[in-house]
Write a protein that binds this ligand. Structure first.
Ligand code: AMP
Length: 552
């Protein structure tokens, strides 16, 4: 007789391939629509997608690719990239998505560090491949995501030999069974965006990928459903597009891929023609979409929700989406090391009983942890801080889709089993977390902390400000004081004094920035985050007017 100590249920491993198999078997006719690099719209079904992913798995096997081997991708959001996700991870190799917006040297560093044996790339990245190939001697083949004719047309002058994806998979019939891997085997590899130092790799497992997809699809997380048409604007080369390529097949949702055209007009047109109900992306993308919509005086006819994350969603953006367009904003926080989802701003039954103003205040925060992530904020003395909504501290997380150690690094980043996120946050009595800063971005004025994000949000809530960053400037009396660097909208006339007056009454007096400077643009990382490090370097010698006043 079996011991009653153990449950008696099947022990089927949690595998990435099972996500696509599920969609293909149970939602086989549901569509995947892509705007292609070739310029046209491509559409097919989950069933077609699985067949081609299996053809790719057969092709990789024929090339001699072994389990655990890393295979790189340099590609936009599209159906062939999705086939790479599942064909590579499904056959037991590791799908390593690379951010093509990084500097070529960094891309080469990442490919070399990951030891990628093959790299699949969209034809737009031919020039990048040409630059980096000599620095990547271990890559056995560069495979362009297109057919031979198209490659002949677009990449004929490349000196690097290029294989055709369509020719490669065309040699196989898709009669293939996904192997029963150990669920702890590696599935996907993503490198951090590397605002400081070299990028570091987060190596996900099949188990973490599937658990994260379950978590992402929960109603109080992204809340995906088979009745949705989801357009991920967040790139598939940035933390697996926040898990959408896994969560969408898990629920059988229609997928709409925008390819390389992420301007307001292209996104808007695709959303309208494909009946998109759900989208996800960083604030900068939404800024250009909202600008386009305002200029054209158009509205969404099907979009009901959008996830905004990657950096703080300005409250002004949240208001425009909700009040002017009737689109629910789900503010999300996470990081590469967390697969990436951690928290989402979804109101509980109890929170929904409160006044609209209180609800809005909660929605502006990064939100509640989803099951699978635990979090705490810790003070300078290493002790956990109370969940009072005001105590700032270093944010720590743990859970089955949180990193244990970085790829090919021995030292563990964990502290007592918790991962230090590098973010500074508060948690309120509702369990809503709010990021106030990156730990190195926090402004310490007279020993007290000032949140640069709060001040940036106030600056961008001014109708004439397009974008703003708040950095610390050295101050003889207070050690540091806040400086706002603002980019104005075209034809704006606001002055320094008017912008400073805009802060009055919105924050404590001592939080009001000491100065404002106007800039043409702000530096951003390859994933659209403000590059505060560069900005601080740029303004390192900036002397605040208050620093020269005899104010002691
Ligand atoms: P990445 O690994 O490139 O996704 O970057 C993760 C970092 O982005 C986090 O540690 C945060 O500093 C920042 N981040 C992500 N989402 C948000 C958000 N909603 N609000 C503020 N910061 C965010």
């Amino acid at each position: 007789m079996t011991s009653p100590l153990y449950g008696q249920m099947m022990e089927l491993p949690l595998l990435a391939s099972s996500l696509l198999s599920h969609a293909s078997r149970h939602f086989g006719d549901n569509e995947i629509v892509s705007r292609r690099i070739e310029g046209d719209i491509h559409r097919y079904t989950y069933r077609d997608c699985e067949k081609r992913a299996k053809q790719l798995a057969q092709a990789l096997t024929a090339l001699g690719v072994e389990q655990g081997e890393r295979i790189g991708t340099l590609a936009w959001n599209g159906y062939r990239h999705l086939e790479c996700y599942y064909g590579i991870a499904g056959m037991g190799a590791v799908c390593h998505t690379i951010n093509p917006r990084l500097f070529p040297d960094q891309v080469a560093f990442i490919i070399d560090h990951a030891d990628d044996s093959y790299v699949f790339f969209d034809m737009t990245f031919g020039p990048l491949v040409e630059i980096i190939a000599p620095q990547c001697p271990n890559v056995k083949g560069w495979i362009a995501l297109g057919d031979a004719a198209c490659i002949g047309e677009h990449l004929s002058n490349m000196s690097v030999p290029v294989l055709s994806y369509e020719s490669l998979i065309g040699e196989h019939d898709g009669a293939y069974d996904w192997p029963m891997l150990d669920e702890r085997q590696a599935s996907f590899l993503c490198y951090t965006s590397g605002t400081t130092g070299n990028p570091k790799g987060a190596l996900y497992s099949h188990r973490s990928t599937v658990l994260h997809a379950y978590g992402a699809a929960l109603p109080d997380a992204m809340g995906a459903s088979s009745s949705d048409a989801i357009l991920p604007v967040v790139p598939m080369f940035h933390v697996n597009a926040w898990g959408i390529p896994h969560a969408a097949p898990l629920v059988g949702a229609k997928l709409v891929f925008p390819g390389k055209d992420l301007d307001g007009r292209s996104l808007y047109e695709l959303m309208e023609t494909e009946g998109v109900t759900y989208s996800a992306g960083v604030p900068t993308v939404w800024m250009s979409l909202l600008t386009y919509m305002k200029q054209q005086n158009v509205r969404f006819s099907t979009l009901t929700r959008t996830v905004i994350g990657g950096s703080a969603c300005p409250p002004a953006m949240l208001r425009i989406f909700e009040e002017e367009y009737g689109v629910q904003v789900i503010h999300a926080w996470g990081m590469t090391e967390m697969s990436p989802l951690g928290t989402l701003s979804r109101l509980s039954f109890r929170q929904k009983q409160r006044s609209p103003e209180e609800q809005r205040h909660s929605l502006e925060k990064q939100g509640h942890a989803i099951f699978g992530v635990d979090m705490k904020v810790v003070g300078d003395d290493g002790r956990e801080l109370p969940w009072d909504g005001t105590s700032f501290g270093d944010l720590y997380v743990r859970g089955p889709w949180v990193i244990d150690r970085y790829f090919r690094r021995h030292e563990s980043p964990l502290v007592d089993g918790w991962f230090p996120t590098g973010d500074v946050a508060t948690i309120d009595p509702d369990g809503f977390m709010q990021i106030t800063d990156r730990s190195k971005d926090v402004i310490k004025s007279g020993g007290e902390w000032i949140s640069s994000i709060d001040l940036e949000n106030i600056a961008v809530s001014h109708p004439q400000v397009a974008e703003a960053a708040c950095i610390a400037c050295l101050h003889p009396k207070w050690t540091e004081r806040p400086l706002i660097v603002a980019v104005l909208k075209p034809a704006a006339t606001v002055t320094r004094e008017e912008l400073l007056a805009h802060f009055e009454g919105k924050v404590a007096k001592w939080w009001i920035p000491d100065d404002v400077v106007f800039a043409q643009e702000l530096p951003h990382t390859a994933t659209g985050k403000l590059q505060k490090v560069r900005l601080r370097e740029q303004y390192r010698d900036y002397v605040l007017p208050s620093a020269t006043e005899n104010s002691v």
